[in-house]
Design a protein around this ligand. Sequence first.
Ligand code: SF4
Length: 489
Amino acid sequence: MRFFLDQHGCAKNQVDGELLIGILGQRGWIRTDIPEDASLIIVNSCGFIESAKKESLESVITARAAYPNAKVLLAGCLAERYASDLSENLTEADAFFGNGDLYRLPEIIDKLFPESDIRPGLSGKTEKVPVLVPAQQGVCSGSRPQLLSFPGSAYVKITEGCNNHCSFCAIPLIRGELRSRPIHEIIDECSLLISQGIFELNLIGQDLASYGRGNEDAVSGERKENPAEAGTSLSPLALLLTALSGLEGNFRIRLLYIHPDNFPRDILPVMTADFRFLPYFDLPFQSGSKAILPAMNRKGTPEQYLGLISDIRRSFSEAVNPYGFVAFRTTFLVGFPGETAEDFDETSAFLQSIQSLWSGGFIWSCEDGTKAALLKKRPPKKEAQTRLELLRQIQSGMTSEKLLFFTGKILDVLVEELVLNPEEGNNDIPASRLAIGRTWFQAPEVDGSVVLQYEEDRTSLDGGPIRPGSIVRAYIRGVSGVDLDGVVQ
Ligand code: SF4
């Protein structure tokens, strides 16, 4: 039987999608990229904010209309959050599956395709719409035979859930309290991925800084096994990075989603001691206003956040940083209830002070069940949109300026795609090839890229042909917008 996975949302949800592929694969299901050929369409949804929820719902409705013979399963955060309501109203879906325990998927599959009825294309309605929303427990992990990232790159989820309870955020309502994977399990997964040729490992969770908190045994196991660390007071994240640094191989590690309030500074000496840890810090500050931060249930102040930024920059001083640069990414939420023009001015001034290389922004979305949903004095949507636009303008100006630092430099680039050069085959112009890739300060999907040009005789660093997943050394000729132009050496 064939299934089609329609993936939505964040990197954490992508890992769940990859696990669902593995779980179905173990039961003989084959993944197809052609929805027409599928007996089962899984919409692995996002339930974070209004626009994302709408997009996932539309996918279910579209799938139902386009593939009447297929079963449509709503999985992911939207199902986790609203399964009982949606099972009454979203008749386009044949079943609903939460993300508390992905290994219970077969129970839903068996209901959708009862033994007596597993002929492709039969879409008889089951008497009652199957709904399964297992309790949120542990951190689902396991085999991921097909990664959804570009070749050479993988996400590694180290925690699930969150205890920070930012007042605007529904994730703790969806994913529950914080849980952390044991260090040895993460090490095993990373070494397997490295042995499979993965060069870039992106560690993810709702908040990496909280790794191991409230779940000490996930760490103490490590301490007991490793007497050297028995007496240490290293943070759980520093212990994990120390263990990762013990792995052999040519790979790179990026840390995504580190809550600035919980940033464990003891990871810095671990990272500066091993150049495979990228000096790339994704710190979602959300606001730079001293009035709005506490309303968001954020403990830090703009001054403290600026202090954190300079501490990190100081730690990665020239002496210890072969990259000669520290890349910061952040995220802002505008239009939060009570946000005045003065508050916003503080946020845009804060953005200019942190001098981030990248940042993203959202307009506050009133999420039921969150504290912020009860707050008044909401700025008009139009005003919020204007503020978001202003932050984007500030950021794109900073990004282009900062990228100039790399002009004339040689960088290693992970190739993601080969691009057909329109001039190819035109005998008048020497056939040079094009490819798209990313270098160390460009995270997957959210940051800019390196547009690569190369002569036919060029190879990747391992001497092999240039193809998705290979690493090439490129001379950076210039900057265009948020991307770099490079020539493979
Ligand atoms: S840190 Fe805050 S914004 Fe992030 S998942 Fe947790 S509650 Fe949500």
